[in-house]
Design a protein around this ligand. Structure first.
Ligand SMILES: [Zn+2]
Length: 502
């Protein structure tokens, strides 16, 4: 598709009112560019400042504390500019109208994610009651309450059908055992991989001795094998390390054994699906069906970071547990959603772009990372319908800049701006930023491919809005065209890069 053609053709039919709008928006956008540049500049000197993730309601700025003040100064300015706009009722209506039209042009999937999440959580609670009973005297890992993670529990989904409801079950060591996380240095730089070493602990002097538990270290093997269940080392481990494949098989056995005892089994049919690093199944009742994936992991200290069974690469060794940020990310979305005003479209923005890029080279995680960065700098009150087009432009513009400069920082690793409620281990908090576009930095061919993938994505955005169908859309096509030509400032989440790459 030729975007210039669309925009030029549409220019002819634009009326005076819209011309004024284009001029106004162009000016305003110039101001915003300046603000974003300042945000980038501030970032360098803003270390260790605890920044909130956004604000609530229209007058939310008043309760931002002093510490936040400097760091958020430019964002606040941006917000004030937008609030200034909002005072003009005409402008406000115009923006809202445009947002409505664009919303109507997008085909949104029909989903009830909330129902799926609630159903899944309830099922996991029911499973947990039986798991506790079955495992109470064993030396298998202690299973803690399942945590809903992934896109569905964050409130969005890139898929129309086959939404996967993911839960992470934290595992703790059983009596007489301890877990020790060991960093696997042989892995890639980008993803930290761990092994979970299982160690037997002496229980001779503990209260467990009085509960007829024999010490794995100091009782004769013969007595142990005769009177006590096997140690975790002999069941789910390989060479003293917790084995993902064995743990996965164990979960399948548990689910299969417990299912008939659950009330749900009266009306729902369970189909186990193959997976070596999780436990996946589908439940259907003829009208509805849910696909559920149980991941398992070990918490790092008391933080929201885990090592989990979820693989990052096509092949991951059975004793490798990649670091997982899924719980921290879910908590971030939960916080934003709690603070967002009714009708906030931040999840729609994310859903729109992740669905649009399906089949192109960008990963869903790339789009999600980009949107999380934007959510942490643009106040939550600025994601309503009247801001919808601006936010879509922000995302598109942010992606292009990141591809150009070959840098998109991981949202969790080394991010000192995260709200305190998200608990990070010290080494994650103080880590250097982790560039998700590291490959583009190293490989010029991958970089030019990514640039062309961006152009494809951009064309999809413009064609979604189909300017030819509605004169109002000409403004949007023009905006995207302008944006492609502008020399954009570098968003802070793509900072720490070589400017000469630009
Ligand atoms: Zn002992």
């Amino acid at each position: 598709m030729d975007i210039d053609e669309i925009a030029n053709g549409e220019q002819l039919i634009r009326n005076t009112k819209k011309d004024q709008k284009v001029v106004h928006e162009a000016e305003n956008n110039g101001a915003n560019e300046e603000d974003i540049r300042n945000v980038g500049a501030n970032e360098e000197g803003a270390e260790n400042q605890d920044v909130d993730v956004g604000d609530e309601g229209e007058d939310e700025d008043s309760d931002v504390n002093e510490e936040d003040h400097q760091d958020f100064g430019n964002v606040r300015q941006l917000a004030e500019n937008e609030e200034g706009d909002a005072q003009n009722e005409f402008e406000r209506d115009w923006d809202d109208n445009l947002g409505r039209m664009v919303m109507e042009r997008i085909q949104w999937p029909v989903q009830d994610l909330l129902r799926g999440c609630q159903w899944t959580s309830h099922l996991m609670e029911c499973f947990a009651i039986y798991f506790r009973r079955i495992l109470s005297n064993s030396f298998y890992p202690v299973l803690h309450k399942a945590i809903g993670v992934g896109s569905a529990f964050e409130g969005w989904s890139p898929r129309e059908q086959d939404v996967v409801y993911q839960v992470l079950v934290p595992m703790a060591p059983p009596r007489g055992h301890s877990f020790h996380l060991e960093l696997d240095t042989a892995g890639q730089e980008q993803v930290r991989n761990f092994r979970v070493r299982v160690q037997q602990e002496c229980t001779c002097s503990s209260a467990q001795w009085r509960k007829n538990m024999l010490c794995f270290l100091h009782h004769p093997e013969e007595e142990l094998s005769r009177n006590q269940d096997p140690s975790l080392l002999d069941t789910l481990c390989t060479d003293s390390y917790l084995d993902v494949h064995k743990t996965s098989r164990w979960f399948y056995q548990l689910v299969r054994a417990v299912w008939p005892a659950l009330l749900q089994s009266h009306n729902w049919h369970l189909v186990l699906l193959p997976s070596r690093r999780s436990c996946q199944f589908k439940v259907t009742n003829g009208r509805e069906s849910f696909r559920i994936e149980i991941l398992f992991g070990v918490r790092q200290g008391d933080s929201d970071i885990f090592v989990s069974s979820e693989p990052r690469e096509a092949y991951t060794s059975s004793t490798i547990w990649p670091e997982s940020y899924a719980v921290a990310e879910m908590k971030f979305f939960k916080l934003i959603t709690r603070r967002a005003p009714p009708g906030s479209l931040h999840l729609k923005c994310l859903q729109f772009f992740t669905r649009l890029q399906l089949g192109l080279g960008f990963s869903t995680y790339t789009m999600k990372t980009l949107v999380m960065h934007l959510l942490s700098i643009v106040p939550v009150s600025q994601w309503r319908r009247r801001h919808f087009v601006r936010r879509l432009l922000d995302i598109s513009e942010g992606l292009r800049t990141c591809v150009e400069v070959r840098c998109l920082n991981h949202f969790i690793v080394g991010n000192r701006r995260l709200p305190e409620v998200i608990r990070l281990p010290a080494e994650i908090l103080t880590a250097s930023p982790c560039n998700l576009f590291h490959d583009l930095e190293m490989d010029p061919v991958a970089h030019s491919q990514a640039m062309s993938q961006y152009v494809d994505l951009y064309c999809r955005v413009v064609s979604t809005f189909s300017p030819a169908l509605h004169p109002e859309m000409s403004w949007l096509a023009t905006k995207f065209k302008e944006q492609a030509r502008r020399n954009n400032p570098v968003p802070f989440f793509a900072s720490g890069l070589c400017v000469e790459n630009l």
